[in-house]
Each structure stands twice: as structure tokens, then as C-alpha cells.
Design a protein around this ligand. Structure first.
Ligand code: 3PG
Length: 427
């Protein structure tokens, strides 16, 4: 992958923000609990240096983001009102909330910004124009109706983008987590700022960290891939096979690999249509001399709950009625030994259902081993919502080299895709 080093240009370090209004696309798509309280501040915390840089340079800031996947305007559950306290706490100042991202009020608040002010626009996805996809179509809509609705939203999207752009003098994209989406605020708005479009620090740091891992890894290079399904990880596994020396495959996909090699997995998660893929991954790894490590033993449970009964069994001999929910004692040792040998580590996806404490000890052991390897000089990149949540849960986020704010964006970048949000700045 010989992609341009996009972060070598268009950075905010050399830009003069004095008296300028900067509209920053951030990715504050953060998890909320049932009371609407932010449960993981990682993405908000990550964007603070970019915001502070603009303010310190004498500018004002307009923040825009999506939250969740609302399907209608003003869906209170997805209002950014929920994240205001967290932004204010991490930024150390009060912010102004527009209550909408369109409308005269938002425009007026943007016009009246003074140096040092921060204005937060309401959830961009309250408008179909952000994603440029029609909403509210009847299930039985005809092809003509669908295509007319698509055309209409694309048309009104132009006004939407123009309006957002009119609020500011300079555009900064700092939303790495959303860079794989070709949306109004990530890919289209940049065209209105041909000489004033920049990457924020999150973007710059993410691209540098991932390129460091992909392009000049210290060896051995280990990738740890977890998660439940082979089907969602197959492209990244294939891409990484051109780069890594060792591959730890964990999580639910372990059991597809076990059955593909004639194992017995009880009621564990399994994708029969991926057996062939699993076999070909193992064959290709052998051909390339890549060591593939699968958990030799499994913590099996008779239910997916905190009060389930559990027992340790071989991963390829799980009794009927029991499911694999985590790695077990022997695999913890093997995984740790493998991790400690690595000089570069990329980790995406937990190795068990770590949200349930009883099934979290395997993922914790992996997180601890990654932290330990890092303390001995390895470079470690942890990415993907669940693995980041895991390192946060175990208090190890500051013990790894880099925690990515990207989930899908990280995977697509590693797979070699040109991310629309990155391309729009570079163009
Ligand atoms: C993410 O959480 O991966 C980003 O915020 C993008 O969200 P999306 O998958 O809803 O587009």
C-alpha cells in the first residue's frame, strides 16, 4: 500500500486561526447508558487537542458530529444534549448548543461567535441529507419512487452542505472514526474550502499510527483478531497475511475454525458457510510461513449470563449444550507467550464475551500481555470499539502505544481502502 502520507500536508499546526471560525467534523458517536450518560469518553477526549489548538490560535470552533443512527429529526435519544457535560468537562469551558444543525438560529450563533467560543451543532444525522440516503419510503415503494427519492435527497444535500459550509472560514476533519463514510460533513463539505481544509490531530495521529504498523513494522509483527464472525474479519485477515509473522485468532470465530478441522463445538457460535474460508486461511498461512495461534482450550458456559455454570474444555471438544465464551487457562499462557515475543502488535476484537465479567478473564489476559509487551519496547495499536472498551475496562489504555478511535474506518484503512474523509482533504 503506497498511499500518500496525507498527514504531511494540511495540518493545523501551521494554520493561522486568528479571528477565524473553524468548523470541525468530530466523531462524538459515543456509547450512552440508559440515562443518556456517556459511558466511554475516548472519542471526545481525543478531539480536545484539536479544539484547543484552534482556540489558542485566536479562533472560534463549530463542532459537528453524528450520534448513533437516528432515522428521523429530533429523536431525543440521539440528541447531542447528552454529551454536552462531557465535552465541557474535558474541554474545561462552557459551550454553546445550537439545538439544530440547520436553521436561522444555528447560522446566527455561528455568525456571532467570538474568538475562544465553541458552538455545538445538533446531530447531523437528524437530516437525511447528511448520509444522502432517502428516508421514510414505504416498504412497497416502486423502483421509480425509490430512484426519485434518492435523486431528491441528493439534490437537497447540496443545500445542506452549502449551509454547513457557510458557518465557517476553515474546515477541519478530525473524525477518523467516520472517515470511511462518504457523507456531507466528511466528504462533500471540504470542496467549499479549497485552501482552508485541514486534518485535525486525531486524523493525523491515527494515520501515522496505522501507517507505522503497516509499513515499517518491527518484527515479529503480530496481529490479534477477535470478534464473533470469520465473515466480518475475512478481508482484514487476508490483507494482514501479507504483512504479519504471527496471527492470533480468537473470539467466536475460533469455533468456525475448530469445526472446519473436524472439531466438536457444542452450541458455540459457528458459520458453516465459512468452513472453506477458514481452511484456506490456514493453508495460506502455512504456505507463507505465518504462525496461526488458535485457543487450544475454551471456557464453556451453559448460558450467556453472569450466573452461568462454566468449565474449561478443549476448544475442539465442547460438550453439547455448552458454548465457548472465552479462552481458558492453557490458551491464556500460549497467547501471552506469543504476545511477549512480538515487537509490533495490532489488536482488533476481544477474545471472549468480556462485557460479562465471568467471561472477561481471557480478554483481560490479552490486554495485560499487550501492555506488558509494550513496556518491554513493543509498539502496540489497539483499535475497534470492543477492544478499546476492553482496554478501558481493565484500565490499560495508557499502557499501550496507541488506542485508535476507529472501528469500521480502521478496518477499511488497513484493508487498503482510500477513505472518503481522508481523500476529500487531500484532493
Ligand atoms: C463508528 O462508530 O464506527 C463511526 O462513528 C461511524 O458510525 P456509523 O457506522 O453509524 O456510520
Amino acid at each position: 500500500m503506497n498511499r500518500p502520507k496525507t498527514y504531511d500536508m494540511n495540518t493545523i499546526d501551521t494554520y493561522d486561526f486568528k479571528g477565524k471560525r473553524a468548523i470541525i467534523r468530530v466523531d462524538f458517536n459515543t456509547p450512552l447508558d440508559e440515562n443518556g450518560k456517556v459511558t466511554d469518553e475516548t472519542r471526545i477526549r481525543a478531539a480536545i487537542p484539536t479544539i484547543k489548538k484552534v482556540l489558542a490560535g485566536g479562533g472560534s470552533v463549530i463542532l459537528m458530529t453524528h450520534l448513533g443512527r437516528p432515522k428521523k429529526n429530533n429523536d431525543a435519544k440521539y440528541s447531542l444534549v447528552h454529551i454536552i457535560p462531557t465535552i465541557e468537562k474535558l474541554l474545561g469551558q462552557k459551550i454553546i448548543f445550537a439545538g439544530d444543525c440547520m436553521g436561522e438560529k444555528a447560522a446566527q450563533l455561528a455568525r456571532n461567535l467570538k474568538p475562544g467560543d465553541v458552538l455545538l451543532l445538533e446531530n447531523l444525522r437528524f437530516y437525511a441529507e447528511e448520509e444522502g440516503k432517502p428516508r421514510g419510503l414505504a416498504d412497497d415503494a416502486s423502483d421509480e419512487e425509490k430512484s426519485a427519492a434518492k435523486k431528491a435527497v441528493k439534490e437537497s444535500q447540496k443545500e445542506f452542505v452549502k449551509r454547513l459550509a457557510s458557518y465557517a472560514d476553515v474546515y477541519i476533519n478530525d473524525a477518523f472514526g467516520t472517515a470511511h463514510r462518504a457523507h456531507a460533513s466528511t466528504a462533500l463539505i471540504a470542496a467549499y474550502f479549497p485552501n482552508d481544509k485541514l486534518f485535525g490531530y486525531v486524523m493525523e495521529n491515527e494515520l501515522k499510527a496505522i501507517d507505522k504498523v503497516l509499513e515499517a513494522p518491527q518484527r515479529p509483527f503480530l496481529a490479534i483478531l477477535g470478534g464473533s464472525k470469520v465473515s466480518t474479519k475475512i478481508t482484514i485477515i487476508e490483507k494482514l497475511m501479507d504483512r504479519v509473522d504471527t496471527l492470533i485468532l480468537g473470539g467466536g470465530m475460533t469455533y468456525t475454525f475448530m469445526v472446519a478441522q473436524d472439531g466438536k463445538i457444542g452450541s458455540s457460535i459457528c458459520e458453516p458457510d465459512q468452513f472453506e474460508t477458514a481452511r484456506s486461511i490456514l493453508a495460506k498461512a502455512k504456505e507463507k510461513g505465518i504462525q496461526v495461534v488458535l485457543a487450544e482450550d475454551t471456557l464453556a458456559a451453559n448460558a450467556i449470563s453472569e450466573d452461568a455454570d462454566t468449565k474449561e474444555v478443549p476448544s475442539n471438544d465442547i460438550p453439547d449444550g455448552w458454548s465457548g465464551v472465552d479462552i481458558a487457562s492453557k490458551a491464556k499462557v500460549t497467547f501471552r507467550d506469543t504476545i511477549l515475543k512480538a515487537k509490533t502488535i495490532m489488536w482488533n476484537g476481544p477474545v471472549g464475551i468480556f462485557e460479562i465479567d465471568k467471561f472477561a478473564t481471557g480478554t483481560k489476559a490479552v490486554a495485560e500481555a499487550v501492555a506488558e509487551a509494550t513496556s518491554h519496547g513493543a509498539y502496540s495499536l489497539v483499535g475497534g470499539g470492543d477492544s478499546v472498551a476492553a482496554v478501558n475496562k481493565f484500565g490499560l489504555a495508557d499502557k499501550v502505544s496507541y488506542v485508535s478511535t476507529g472501528g469500521g474506518a480502521l478496518l477499511e484503512y488497513i484493508e487498503g481502502a482510500e477513505l472518503p474523509g481522508v481523500a476529500a482533504i487531500r484532493k
